[in-house]
Design a protein around this ligand. Sequence first.
Ligand code: AMP
Length: 159
Amino acid sequence: MISQPIKTLLAPDISDLLIPASRVANVMTTNDGYHAFLVLTKVGYSKIVVLDQHERIQGLLSLQMLTEKMLTTDRIAPENLLKFSVASVMETDFKVLTQPIDLDSVLHDLVDAAFLPVVSNDRHFEGIITRREILKRLNYLGHHFDNFYTASQCAPLKK
Ligand code: AMP
């Protein structure tokens, strides 16, 4: 459990950390690999979310998954990307967060993932929480903790 003073300063309202779905780049399950490659290259992120036609999250897609499909024994074959759909290559085993978002889970799961998708109960995609947003809050906490609490006067606990 994260202590309450830390929680209060790190994320008084955890929803403030959410980048809403409307501002998150995505591809659709039915897009072909070629289209997805263009989107990923253009947005500049190495991994993005994959949605179905009902805006439910179905997977994650990375540039690496696509470049893998382009590799032949002796050359890179971009035309291969036209031959498969995003659904057939995306990652489907990934962590999501549901409301109410639990800060402990966010911090724990962001160790292994650069971002965490947030979904409603029917997997409707609501947005993402990124490492960057957490690190911004951590930076704030580090600089302002003493304005709110007096930990600097406390001796460290003896083990
Ligand atoms: P950051 O912590 O800002 O570096 O973001 C971590 C990861 O979250 C990025 O590498 C992307 O995979 C994803 N991400 C962040 N912002 C967006 C966005 N606006 N649209 C899509 N993916 C994003």
